[in-house]
Design a protein around this ligand. Structure first.
Ligand code: GN1
Ligand code: MG
Length: 376
């Protein structure tokens, strides 16, 4: 777990216990432990009279309207639970735990930090790298089930909590500004990133242009369905939940499918230091798409399916661009362990992008095959 960067002081156990007890039904806190490896919020697992719950401090630099973030999670939770009540699907929807005074979902401390509590997905685990093709298929099914559960929720009921999020070209102005203002010394890796972006910035609006032409519709999306946000049943290995619902918003499902492919098909994981050996694994992509389309294929149009390979390369490029911009501007967005961390992360994503580009014809072929198999 990386060190929170925006805390005024290290959180003492007592401080965290007091915060946890601000939420309904939480008393006799037995433990508060760091949970997961998120890059944005600070996350803890709380054991109390309420059982296990997840306590999070929302990053104020990223989420400037935490009330709207919680509104989205609430709307989504109600929608999905109503659907699950009619289909006994083994699926868990993380729900909001209200504050003790039941005035809302957020607890603000005297120092101004904003906290929320969410239910925990029992008997589950997540992985940072895929074990095998069967697991990859399951991860694809997980995203498919999530999309199928939220697909009939009108996007207009969801607030856009992060303007410009996953609109690839919208990251270019921030990048150019960071370039002008940066004080970082040029090095071989940064020269590589600069050239990589220069060669691709002209055609990073492929999905956005298709959206403008009316080829791709807005749908509710998860926004961050990376590998370790899919919870797998501890015993069966089946996908039973998607967690981290902060980025749920109206968008293109492509960014979700692309993010699932990007994060699952890199067998070295996005935190590897061995970026030269990063590859996009087509065998895993095959399994993910088989799983995803077996559940969600029926509601995607032919045009939507056609853009999936572009989505995989664009989201990897976009994340590399975001990491590199943050490196240039002094690491203010993503939590880092050292000043070069975001530069290394960018190199990993660009290497992955290059590997996807080299395999695009095969990826397109693979997608055609799956589309036929589900006879859509
Ligand atoms: C951030 O905090 P985390 O790890 O769930 C980021 C995603 C990136 C991801 C890369 C709100 O998500 O967009 O894909 O890091 N979330 C936000 O690991 O920017
Ligand atoms: Mg997230």
């Amino acid at each position: 777990m990386q060190k929170p960067q925006f805390s005024l002081a290290a959180q003492t156990d007592n401080h965290l216990i007091t915060i946890a007890e601000a939420f309904e039904g939480v008393s006799a806190v037995a433990a508060v432990e760091p949970l997961g490896s998120g890059n944005i919020n600070d996350t803890y697992k709380v054991l109390s009279s309420r059982g296990t719950t997840v306590l999070q401090r929302l990053n104020p630099r990223v989420f400037t309207r935490p009330d709207l973030v919680m509104h989205n999670i609430q709307v989504l939770g109600e929608h999905v639970e109503a659907k699950l009540a009619n289909t006994p699907q083994p699926w868990h929807m993380p729900r909001v735990v209200p504050t003790c005074d039941r005035r809302g979902a957020l607890h603000t401390t005297d120092s101004g930090d904003v906290w929320r509590m969410i239910t925990f997905v029992p008997e589950s685990h997540s992985v940072d790298v895929v074990v095998d093709a069967q697991q990859a298929r399951e991860l694809g099914i997980g995203l498919g089930v999530f999309h199928q559960l939220i697909n009939d929720l009108s996007p207009s009921r969801l607030a856009d909590t992060l303007e410009g999020f996953h609109i690839t070209p919208s990251y270019l102005p921030a990048y150019r500004k960071a370039l002008v203002n940066t004080t970082v010394e040029p090095c071989e890796a940064s020269e590589y990133c600069l050239a990589f972006i220069r060669d691709r910035e002209g055609d990073c609006d492929v999905l956005e242009r298709a959206k403008e032409r009316g080829e791709l519709p807005l749908r509710p999306i998860h926004g961050d369905p990376k590998i370790n946000n899919v919870m797998l049943d501890r015993h069966s290995g089946k996908a039973i939940a998607l967690i981290d619902l902060d980025t749920v918003k109206p968008g293109l499902v492509h960014y979700d499918i692309g993010d699932c492919l990007r994060s699952c098909c890199n067998r070295l994981g996005e935190e590897t230091r061995d970026h030269q050996n990063v590859e996009f694994d087509l065998e895993l992509a095959d399994a993910i798409l088989a799983g995803y389309l077996s559940v969600a294929g029926s509601f995607l149009s032919a045009a939507e399916r056609r853009y999936i390979p572009d989505a995989a390369r664009l989201i990897s490029f976009e994340l590399g661009l975001r990491f590199f911009s943050d490196y240039l501007q002094g690491n203010t967005y993503f939590q880092v362990n050292d000043p070069q961390h975001n530069l290394r992360r960018a190199m990993v994503q660009f290497q992955l992008t290059a590997s996807i580009e080299a395999q695009l014809p095969k990826l397109r072929h693979l997608l055609d095959r799956h589309a036929k198999a589900v006879s859509i």
